[in-house]
Design a protein around this ligand. Structure first.
Ligand code: ATP
Length: 349
């Protein structure tokens, strides 16, 4: 008789995560899993809830946030976990880096001291071993003259180098998951590419999972295996990179993909999705995207669709998945998943 392997336990399993601030919804029921070693991209317009998802998962939101639902890390519930346990998880099994490394680093402490603090806390190192490991991490993330620069302060580093330092600090705890929230948005284009290369390299080296939060589908296509598209506090589509670019089903995703410039052929004007994201205090009835949707029917203004299977590992929340939209999915975008170029992207917000 054939044996069936049980599905591997996800590293992170988020179920029905809901967040509101003073009664205003920010997340309206997020379901998302990350497998060990997997790279998942989270994309969506400003305010869609990308950052809040992971801040809530790691209990980093201000106390006024009301958080419900479940976030399992290797089977352990993080929502409502004791603060001491969360301190171990943050910077240990799960590390997070942000858009602006300068504001995440302490300006009055040397970078060596800051990496050292992370190593003392999460790797239990001290003395010479700690300094040697801090230097090794600085070298690993590509800071030249690492031994000397351990004694430098963040203002003596460029933005890209400070992001490298943040990545070194994140690696101090040998995390199983690195959440990178717009890690390259504040950097110029050449440096962006270098930091993405570094993230890919350290992911390989450490075998860790990566969640990459970005406005830029191109960046996600180059770095991730799977993509979740967020809109107004929900995931509206989720799929491996190739089907998401080649066969997007949600009209919002089709609009995002349609706004990517072609990588070959003549340049054309970027399209953008008309309209703006709804005010979370006054969400429309039915589907939150319906007011901007080129294929919305009257049913879409009444029924709020939830994510449902639409193929292997492909889920979509839409009453008319794949319906021909005014913004077609350009064939060029389908090639994007296989390329390493970094296209720009137009998003209205
Ligand atoms: N501390 C807070 N207090 C009140 N509302 C908040 C707070 N943090 C986030 N929000 C709200 O939660 C919603 C989701 O915000 P979030 O930062 O997750 O969006 P995002 O998709 O990450 O956007 P961006 O790409 O601009 O970072 C937004 O409506 C935002 O205004």
């Amino acid at each position: 008789m054939a044996t069936v392997n049980p599905p591997a336990q996800p590293l992170v399993a988020i179920r029905d995560l809901q967040v509101s601030f003073a009664g205003v919804p920010a997340l309206r029921g997020i379901d998302l899993t990350v497998a060990p070693g997997e790279a998942v991209g989270l994309v969506g317009e400003s305010g869609s809830g990308k950052s809040v998802t992971w801040l809530a998962a790691l209990s980093l939101l201000p106390a006024k946030a009301r958080v419900t639902g479940s976030v399992l890390l290797a089977g352990e519930e993080l929502i409502g976990a004791p603060p001491a346990r969360l301190d171990d998880v943050r910077g240990g099994r799960v590390a997070m880096i942000f858009q602006d490394p300068a504001s995440a680093l302490n300006p009055v402490l040397t970078v060596g001291r800051q990496i050292g603090e992370a190593l003392a806390l999460h790797a239990g190192l001290s003395g010479g071993a700690l300094r040697a490991e801090a230097r090794r991490l600085m070298e690993l993330v590509g800071i030249p003259d690492a031994g000397r620069r351990l004694d430098a302060y963040p203002h003596e580093f460029s933005g890209g180098q400070n992001q490298r330092v943040m990545i070194a600090m994140a690696l101090a705890g040998k995390p199983d998951l690195l959440v990178a929230d717009e890690p390259t948005t504040a950097l110029d284009v050449t440096i962006q590419a270098q930091i993405l290369d570094l993230l890919r390299a350290v992911r390989r080296e450490f075998g860790m999972a990566l969640v990459l939060i970005s406005h830029d589908l191109g960046v996600i296509a180059e770095t991730c295996e799977r993509v979740a598209v967020m809109y107004a506090g929900r995931i509206v589509e989720e799929a491996p990179v190739a089907p998401l670019f080649g066969e997007a089903l949600h009209p919002y995703t089709r609009g995002l993909v349609g706004s990517l410039p072609p990588l070959d052929g003549p340049r054309r004007r970027l399209t953008s999705i008309p309209g703006t994201v709804p005010d979370p205090r006054h969400l429309p009835a039915g589907c939150a995207f319906a007011p901007r949707c080129p294929v919305a029917s009257s049913g879409c203004r009444e029924t709020d669709p939830r994510l449902a299977a639409a193929g292997e590992a492909h889920r979509v929340a839409c009453l008319h998945p794949g319906a021909e939209a005014a913004v077609p999915v350009p064939a060029a975008a389908a090639t994007l998943a296989a390329t390493t170029a970094t296209p720009a992207m137009a998003l209205t917000s």
